[in-house]
Design a protein around this ligand. Structure first.
Ligand code: ZN
Length: 201
């Protein structure tokens, strides 16, 4: 018999918080207690924000970014350079590039990487849509900002093969992205440097 120290509602809150990345059971308990103690100032606004996000979040049908409008804020921004597309694995990588102010073109979120072990095939990612976008004559360069993991590089090579024959330049981020390093973990200066010094694939 498990000893109970709190009601099931609070237990449930702790259990859900513990599922968040970076939060173990211990920090989840601390977070829950902090929320409960700051019921009006924090718990209630968080609840409203979560409900809002839940109701309004959508995936951009052009680039795969998450936003509350489709096409997304980035795709519809007239100040962005529409001749260059930066390919990333995940929305977290896009956010990292945006945070660093490293990119003023468009994006394409693949939704993962090819992986024989996990059975992730090209058709499971948005590669087909990327090839379609690259075929637009307005597009002049595709920057592959995939992670320096084996899966990331395999995916990059596959995309390069598929892009052959299209009138579009391809490049990849320069050194500075550590092997196995995910963009999201890099500091902003490193990301900006890696983008500025990008080189032909
Ligand atoms: Zn978009």
């Amino acid at each position: 018999m498990v000893k109970r120290t709190t009601g099931p509602e609070i237990e449930r809150l702790i259990q859900l918080l513990a599922k968040l990345p970076g939060l173990g059971p211990r920090s989840a308990r601390r977070a829950a207690l902090h929320l409960i103690k700051n019921r009006e100032r924090l718990l209630h606004p968080l609840m409203v924000a979560m409900e809002d996000a839940h109701d309004k979040v959508t995936v951009c049908s052009l680039c795969g970014n998450v936003d509350t409008i489709d096409p997304c804020t980035l795709c519809t921004d007239p100040r962005r350079d529409r001749s260059v597309i930066c390919v990333v694995e995940d929305v977290g990588d896009l956010w990292a590039l945006e945070r660093a102010n490293a990119w003023n073109g468009l994006y394409h979120v693949l939704g993962g990487t090819l992986s024989a072990i996990e059975g992730i095939r090209p058709e499971d990612l948005s590669i087909g849509q990327l090839i379609e976008r690259a075929a637009d004559e307005q597009v002049q360069e595709i920057v592959l900002a995939v992670n320096a993991t084996i899966e990331g590089q395999t995916t990059a090579h596959y995309i390069i093969e598929r892009l052959k024959g299209l009138n579009v330049a391809t490049s990849r981020l320069a050194h500075g992205v550590p092997v196995g390093g995910e963009l999201d973990y890099l500091d902003e200066g490193t990301i900006t440097q890696a983008m500025k010094a990008r080189r032909p694939f």
